[in-house]
Design a protein. Structure first.
Length: 94
């Protein structure tokens, strides 16, 4: 179960102020904080961490959302697949 700094599951904090503690990492779709159980929480508006913070434990605060980050991948009639991501992810907005 993914929890934040005060040990409440992330799903219970959606649309509320939250404090997330974890490791700062960069993903293809932006900067994330990996929680203790390695659940990524994307940081809205941040493409990547500064080199001095990448891999470091950080504490971030904001409103936690659970939403699609980028459009869902589409499959064309010829079988070509577009870039995209299925499902929703946690996003921390300032």
């Amino acid at each position: 179960m993914t929890k934040d700094a005060d040990e409440r599951p992330l799903k219970d904090q959606v649309d509320k102020d939250a404090e997330i503690i974890g490791t700062a990492r960069d993903a293809r779709t932006g900067a994330v904080v990996l929680t203790q159980d390695r659940t990524p929480v994307y940081i809205a508006g941040l493409d990547s961490w500064d080199d001095s913070l990448s891999g470091v434990q950080v504490r971030v605060r904001g409103v936690l959302r659970h939403r699609a980050l980028i459009p869902v991948a589409q499959v064309a009639e010829d079988g070509a697949v577009s870039h995209g991501m299925d499902g929703e992810v946690y996003v921390l907005a300032g």
